[in-house]
Design a protein around this ligand. Structure first.
Ligand code: ADP
Length: 598
């Protein structure tokens, strides 16, 4: 639903969405709602008993027997009301709420795991968090209110008004008319709040996103002494919310006041009319007394009903966000899904544009990487090297062309199969707040302690891990910044060695590492890439010179490929890059022109 949409979702839709969200607890929700309905009817009947009760009391002579009878009836109805309500409450207070909330969060969590990576990265993490945390509550919490407040306030006065038919049809018609006549007012109010709630919900999500990014970026901002800039964005988001909330409240005030005035005035008019009938002799004073009791009791709650209708808008806004997240389909796997048996990689005429910008960033890219070969990707920053490696992991599907592993289209592999084939070592290593051993074990959950140690040795991290306070059991959070960039790199390489995937993607670290670290990381890399099909986003001459094939990218095109020596003699782009670099006495082919990737 569009934010500025002014249509009012019918209550039946809210109800259907509630049942859907309730999942396996839908039965409990239905039962609870039916019981609340019964309770409201019983309460209405209890009020209806006022008519005969007062009439027995005020008749001349009074009829005490009859009065006691109606008083008993009223008591029984009230008891039935309380009992039904009490049983209905089981829905709120029993485990149902907790179960529904939990189930919904779990399915949203599953959704995050299966969502195409491109979509996942495009969504801001704070916004996704706000769907999982905030929107779920917005949807689930008011469910109890729906039955408790809404049904109660609607149904009880209606039953009482219907009972008035037995006393005086003219008054009954007037009372019942209040409901349909107030509908346009109700619609006006919901039009005002519906849009407001969607805006508030979107603004909340934006604040969460800004907040997460602000906190994550704080160390960098502090170091650069630029905390003010991001703070402005955050306070901008907060100000935006304030304005929306203000508008929202203002927009709701007038319809709310007119509704109150209409209902209060309407009921007063009915009371005046009833008085007129009494004076004219066509209505028993007892009926007037009963009518006054009933009306005094109902004016307030009916008015309230219209203000709580905003809750439905909050729910609808929450539902819309939850459903939007749930509706993102994972990338399809063409059946029958297969598992590759060979691990050569080929790109065939691949064209790709990121959904966000729509600009073609890879165009007509074709190459083959034989099994157990080393392919270096070089070219200026922004040329498309990272995108090539992302597509191999099926970050998104190319708009044209095919990517194959062992001759098999990767779109015909289940995500687990594909991910099992590929290990990645990024420049930015993410370590989870867990023990070092657990972080290495991310590569393969069931690895034994000996295996973890063996890969740590191979990746040249055993020595520094042994020096940590609790060795492999040291928690990453406890030592925090004490791990150097090179050490983190080696832990992630150990992970990849443990995973033992036949294809390895490596984003070679550049100047970030000091020489000693660089040597250790290089040794670790050597251990990792042995006997595998390797792709390196390469910066070092040694890597590039040793590559079986060098892919030279420029502005999304694969402009040259071949071995170092052959490319140097070809007199093309590679040679030009090499010469430019040679003049600068630096060997960072990846940073050739813009000098990025630092
Ligand atoms: P390289 O790794 O060679 O530096 P990339 O593959 O990262 O280049 O980027 C290729 C082009 O794609 C660049 O123009 C970059 O701005 C763009 N790009 C990269 N990531 C995204 C993204 N998530 N959304 C939109 N455009 C992107």
């Amino acid at each position: 639903m569009n934010i500025s949409d002014t249509s009012i979702p019918p209550l039946s839709q809210t109800w259907k969405r509630m049942l859907q969200a309730a999942g396996q607890e839908a039965g409990a929700l239905k039962r609870s709602t039916a019981l609340t309905l019964a309770a409201a009817v019983a309460q209405g009947l209890a009020f209806a008993c006022f008519y005969p009760f007062f009439s027995a009391l005020l008749d001349t002579p009074a009829r005490p027997g009859s009065a006691v009878f109606w008083l008993t009836a009223m008591t029984l109805c009230t008891l039935a009301d309380a009992l039904a309500r009490w049983v209905a409450r089981r829905f709120d207070y029993s485990e149902s709420f907790a179960t529904i909330t939990h189930d919904l969060r779990m399915s949203l969590g599953r959704q995050l795991r299966n969502m195409p990576l491109e979509t996942l990265y495009r969504k801001r993490s704070g916004e996704l968090a706000s769907v999982l945390a905030g929107s779920v509550d917005e949807v689930i919490m008011p469910m109890g209110m729906f039955s408790a407040a809404f049904i109660n306030i609607m149904v009880t006065p209606m039953v009482a008004a219907l009972a008035t038919f037995f006393v005086d049809w003219r008054l009954a018609v007037c009372m019942l008319l209040i409901f349909p006549l107030s509908i346009p007012l109700y619609r006006r109010r919901r039009r005002a709040t519906g849009r407001g709630m969607r805006e508030v919900s979107a603004a909340h999500a934006r604040i969460q996103a800004e907040l997460v990014e602000y906190i994550q970026g704080l160390p960098v901002l502090r170091a650069a002494n630029r905390t003010g800039e991001r703070e402005e964005r955050l306070s901008g988001a907060l100000e935006h919310l304030r304005q929306i909330q203000r508008q929202d409240i203002l927009a709701g005030v007038r319809p709310q006041l007119s509704i109150s005035a209409f209902i209060q005035g309407g009921l007063l008019a009915i009371a005046g009319l009833a008085l007129h009938f009494v004076l004219g002799g066509s209505l028993h004073p007892a009926a007037l007394a009963a009518l006054l009791v009933i009306m005094v009791r109902f004016t307030e709650p009916i008015t309230l009903l219209f203000s709580i209708s905003a809750v439905f808008d909050l729910m609808e806004a929450g539902f819309a966000r939850v459903e939007e997240t749930l509706s993102i389909a994972p990338l399809p796997v063409s059946e029958p899904a297969g598992t590759p048996t060979a691990f050569d990689v080929s790109f065939e005429d691949v064209r790709f544009a990121y959904a966000e910008s729509g600009e073609v960033v890879l165009d007509g890219v074709s190459f083959t990487a034989p099994e157990r070969s080393l392919t270096a990707l070089v070219g200026p920053s922004g040329a498309g090297k990272t995108t090539v490696t992302r597509l191999l992991m099926r970050y998104a599907d190319p708009q044209a062309g095919v990517i194959r592993i062992g001759g098999m289209d990767i779109r015909g592999m289940r995500p687990e199969t594909l991910m099992g084939c590929v290990s990645v070592v990024f420049q930015d290593v993410y370590l989870f707040d867990d023990t070092i051993a657990a972080n290495i074990r991310m590569g393969r959950q069931n690895a034994t302690d000996e295996e973890v140690r063996a890969v740590a040795e191979a990746a040249h991290c055993h020595e520094f891990i042994s020096r940590l306070p609790q060795g492999y059991e040291t928690r990453v959070g406890d030592i925090g910044g004490r791990l150097s960039g090179g050490e983190r790199q080696r832990i992630s390489i150990a992970r990849a060695i443990l995973k033992n995937a036949p294809i390895v993607i490596l984003d070679e670290p550049t100047a970030a590492l000091d020489t000693e670290s660089e040597v250790a990381v290089q040794r670790a890399v050597d251990a990792l890439v042995r006997e595998r099909t390797v792709f390196v986003i390469a910066h070092r001459l040694s890597t590039i010179a040793a590559a079986d094939n060098i892919l030279v990218f420029d502005r999304g095109r694969l402009v040259e490929q071949g071995r170092h020596a052959a490319l140097l003699n070809a007199g093309g782009r590679y040679q030009a890059m090499w010469e430019a670099q040679n003049r600068a006495k630096e060997w960072h082919l990846g940073r050739m022109t813009e000098g990025a990737h630092a």
